[in-house]
Ligand binder design. Structure first.
Ligand SMILES: *Cc1c(COP(=O)(O)O)cnc(C)c1O
Length: 355
């Protein structure tokens, strides 16, 4: 195996998907598996399709293109760029939208292609990323319904991503109310009421999800077995489907506090140190260009992560029972931001296992 490497366990992702789909089925909520963390890799996406999700979703069209041969509805999560409407219609069955100008451009292009493009209108419930106010959202539906080649299939919201606003019975209850208001006012039926991402999972777990919410877009909970509002583990899921493997290139005993005047480090931070005396340290050939070092944890619980720079990770192995040597491989469990970085680092080998 070329190192550093990120192993991706397909069986664990399939298992986690099943657990999430089952938990949601009891509440009549369907799941769109979000594929952006793994850059739309179709082999990984297939694990979630086997796990029973009803749709795939990604924020980037490049990733949806990679998924084009998987026969399941696909959502474009990030608001479309007007410059790409032609590809949006080609590769996304549904796109999330907030701007009438873009929706009109989608309709015109779809008409030209002889297609009907489905859209979900995004409502902002306070997190302040994408979406219209309730009032503007209800208003614009009238204009959307006049367009020839787009079909409004639902409304949705995104929470906790920018502002950290936690999904609640109150704010998602408002989304339900807005849906009913739109249905009453225009005498239509909305099929999809999409109530957020992995930060909404806890409401499903504790039975407090408002009744009209019938769709969530889930990345983190499927991939790491955690919900995202409080970072709690979800029962019957794996948290270690993604593991980082890195090789030891130096082992030396060193003081735990550097010698000399301390200024800015390579990341323009002034570092601080805990004095543990002379310690045995291993230097690994992986760094902050590849991973977020405070978002990984060693599989060997006696290893302490000391720090890192762009190309190196420094760990303290003094307390380890295992007698590590140069050339040995250390394994780390990862979480969202580390995998995000590793997936887009060309220096990290991605190795699919248990497929
Ligand atoms: C990324 C994203 C998601 C999935 O988020 P997770 O926290 O990984 O579940 C859902 N919806 C939108 C709009 C997104 O951009």
């Amino acid at each position: 195996m070329k190192l550093p490497a990120l192993t991706i366990d397909i069986k664990k992702i399939e298992h986690n998907t099943k657990a999430v789909v089952e938990m949601f089925r009891e509440k009549d909520i369907n799941v769109a598996a979000v594929t952006k963390l793994y850059c739309g890799n179709p082999i990984i996406a297939q694990a979630s399709v086997r796990g029973g999700v009803s749709m795939l979703a990604d924020s980037r069209l490049e990733n949806l293109i990679k998924l084009k041969d998987i026969d399941i509805p696909k959502i474009l999560l990030r608001l479309p760029m007007i410059s790409q409407v032609e590809d949006v219609i080609e590769y996304a069955d549904i796109s999330f939208n907030s701007e009438y100008k873009t929706i009109k451009a989608l309709s015109e292009k779809a008409l030209e292609k002889g297609k009907i493009h489905k859209i979900v209108l995004m409502i902002d419930l306070g997190d302040l990323r994408e979406g219209l106010s309730a009032e503007d959202g209800i208003e614009v539906v009238g204009k959307i319904l006049d367009l020839k080649a787009v079909e409004l299939v639902g409304i949705g919201t995104n929470l906790s991503c920018y502002g950290g606003v936690i999904p609640s019975t109150e704010n998602l209850g408002r989304l339900s109310d807005i849906a009913m208001e739109i249905e009453d006012k225009y005498d239509i039926k909305l099929e999809i009421i999409s109530g957020g991402n992995s930060s909404s999972v806890y409401l499903v777990e504790n039975g407090n999800m408002p009744a009209r919410i019938n769709n969530l877009r889930i990345g983190e909970t499927i991939l790491f077995g955690t919900e995202a509002a409080y970072a709690k583990r979800i029962a019957n899921t794996y948290s270690d489907a993604f593991k980082l493997h890195a090789e030891i290139v130096e082992i030396q005993e060193k003081p735990s506090v550097p010698t000399g005047e301390i200024g800015l480090n390579a990341f323009r931070e002034v570092p601080t140190f805990v004095d543990r005396g002379i310690r045995k340290r291993a230097l690994l050939a992986v760094g902050r260009q590849d991973i977020v070092i405070d978002n990984i944890s060693p599989e060997d619980g006696d290893i302490i992560i000391v720090g890192g720079s762009s190309d190196h990770l420094i760990v303290d192995i003094t307390d380890c029972k295992e007698d590590y040597d140069i050339g040995d491989i250390l394994i780390f469990h990862t979480h969202y931001t580390s995998v995000l970085q590793a997936m887009t680092s060309e220096y990290v080998e991605k190795v699919i296992i248990n497929n």
